[in-house]
Write a protein that binds this ligand. Structure first.
Ligand code: C2E
Ligand code: CA
Ligand code: CA
Length: 527
């Protein structure tokens, strides 16, 4: 249930994150696309402004040259000079000579109809008079720009100023100093130029624009935003299949990662790393005195506010080798929980369950050997329980158990009777105690074959001089039976369930008080 929720949540988050990343990329791509277009428009505006200023300089130079002419007005030599002035300037379509406000001759030659000179609308700082939107006499010709100085005027096609190799929907407007409009692709472009005098590029009123300004000369290039967004959208849509593939890959990857992290092994590894284990203690009772003489350390995992029983993780821990780290944490738990109790009462012992690998290798003995001298706990107070799973390599087991006893620990064979060769082990291995498995205790008082085996186990252990610990004692009948048979110790719900350390300490004190062992006797400081 929890796993599904985490997987769903994780995948949801991963997809949301990917979508957000995608949207972010889209947005950035969009913004950068817009900025590129704005920069492009600004370049168009700069170029248009360049053409314009060039035209004024060029025509101004031609006017100066003509003013110095010594040829008789409209003489062939003069007309030749007008022709050269026209051809020598890129922007002038025609250069003409006026007298008394009337056209006399131009690069075309002598002209008969002396049309009046166009009215000067404004004059630039260089002394060039300007008339805009002059309609030439030629059919279908666009309105022209006329530049004047002295007796000369030049006809300039404004299209040339706007000719900047721009895309079809780019519109340009140009103003001379003093905010005089020279030319504009459309009237609305001119009005936009009048509105934007600050930014050099941007987006406003549904238009992208770039403005260029120099010495009072201004040019603006605009392009409808709608076209741009359309283009960007198609660009981004082209990327969509790729983006979807990336998204799917990310989602698949995150599912895998989450699965991995949620795999029971990964979870257990994390639990070991985070030391999420605590130890509970199940009292072990001396059946002769009725007092608590020790406890078995039983590990539990703290997980999401509940305690996970060992059956749910010990098999995996054994299989994966994590059990060794876990056993070490159990020892740390015991030291932290019960060092004072164990130091105050030397008769008290704690039994630790050894894993199969440690029985084979003896590794945990070295851990104990290292750790115990730094504590007030004596080796005799640590009992070790070994199940038959650890006896597969019987030689190695024998060595480990012998070393354990030599170090002062007591060694018990756990779950006795549940394996195949319990009897052989009993004879071959150096043992101090035998723990009768709960299944045999359960059989007590029942008229079954197992109940006969129980009696047999007890007798055998006694013959071999082994202590006996009966596990899983739940009823007074079982207790009476075990007492009558001379069983030494018992452990089970009849006395207590496994307890958290603090509760176990309370249990221990009650047991001592009930048996007249005063705290002043056992509270003698050691060391
Ligand atoms: P075990 O070593 O045979 O431990 C005895 C189990 O029987 C404990 O279960 C205990 O709570 C339960 N028990 C005790 N008295 C009674 C009773 O009267 N009635 C019933 N029904 N059950 C009783 P727990 O704590 O769940 O441990 C289960 C097993 O997990 C242990 O069996 C042991 O094999 C393993 N285990 C627990 N802690 C450790 C550990 O620190 N290291 C290793 N290697 N194994 C551990
Ligand atoms: Ca045990
Ligand atoms: Ca057991």
């Amino acid at each position: 249930m929890y796993r599904e929720r985490v997987v769903l949540l994780g995948v949801g988050l991963a997809i949301a994150a990917s979508l957000a990343a995608l949207a972010g990329m889209g947005y950035l791509g969009w913004q950068s696309g817009l900025r590129q277009e704005q920069a492009q428009l600004q370049r168009h505006a700069e170029r248009a402004l360049g053409h314009t200023r060039e035209a004024f300089v060029e025509v101004g130079a031609a006017f100066e040259e003509l003013a110095r002419s010594t040829a008789a007005p409209c003489s062939p030599r003069h007309i030749e000079e007008l022709r050269r002035a026209t051809l020598g300037t890129r922007s002038a379509e025609d250069v003409a000579y006026f007298r008394d406000g009337r056209l006399q001759c131009s690069s075309w030659g002598n002209l008969r109809d002396h049309i009046p000179r166009a009215v000067v609308e404004f004059t630039t700082a260089d002394g060039i008079g300007v008339s805009t939107r002059v309609q030439p006499r030629i059919r279908n010709a666009p309105p022209m720009l006329v530049l004047h100085r002295g007796d000369y005027s030049a006809l300039v096609n404004p299209e040339r100023l706007l000719d900047v190799l721009a895309e079809d929907d780019v519109r340009i407007a140009i103003r001379a100093p003093g905010e005089h409009l020279l030319t504009a692709s459309t009237p609305s472009t001119a009005s936009l130029l009048a509105r934007w005098t600050k930014d050099s590029s941007g987006t406003a009123a549904g238009q992208l624009y770039g403005v260029s300004r120099r010495d009072g000369w201004q040019a603006i290039a605009t392009r409808p935003l709608a076209g741009t967004t359309g283009r960007l959208r198609t660009d981004l849509l082209k990327l969509l299949p790729l983006a979807l593939i990336v998204l799917a890959a990310l989602a698949a990857l995150s599912i895998r990662l989450i699965r991995q992290r949620l795999s029971p092994l990964a979870e257990l590894e994390r639990a070991v790393r985070r030391r999420q284990f605590i130890v509970h203690y199940q009292p072990i009772m001396d059946l002769r005195s009725g007092a608590c003489v020790g406890a078995e350390a039983l590990v539990r995992r703290h997980h999401e506010g509940r305690l996970v029983p060992p059956d749910e993780f010990i098999p995996l821990a054994e299989e994966s080798g994590l059990i060794e780290a876990l056993t070490d944490q159990v020892l740390d738990g015991i030291v932290g929980d019960l060092e004072a109790e164990l130091a105050a009462d030397r008769a008290l012992h704690i039994a630790i369950n050894l894993c199969a690998a440690d029985i084979r290798s003896g590794r945990f003995l070295r851990v104990l050997e290292q750790a115990l001298p730094h504590t007030r706990i004596r080796p005799e107070q640590i009992w070790l329980e070994a199940t038959e799973r650890g006896f597969i390599d019987i030689e190695a087991a024998r060595v480990t158990l012998a070393q354990a006893r030599a170090a002062g620990h007591s060694v018990a064979i756990d779950d006795f009777g549940t394996g195949y060769s319990s009897l052989r082990h009993l004879q071959d291995l150096p043992l101090d105690a035998l723990k009768i498995d709960k299944s045999f205790v359960d059989a007590i008082g029942l008229d079954t074959a197992t109940s006969l085996v129980t009696a047999h186990i007890v007798e055998m252990a006694q013959e071999l001089n082994l202590h006996i610990v009966a596990e899983g004692v739940e009823t007074p009948t079982q207790l009476d039976y075990l007492k009558t048979r001379g069983v030494d110790y018992a452990q089970g719900w009849l006395f207590s369930r496994p307890l958290p350390a603090a509760d176990f300490i309370v249990f221990l004190r009650h047991s001592r008080e009930a048996h007249g062992i005063g705290p002043e006797v056992i509270r003698r400081p050691e060391r």
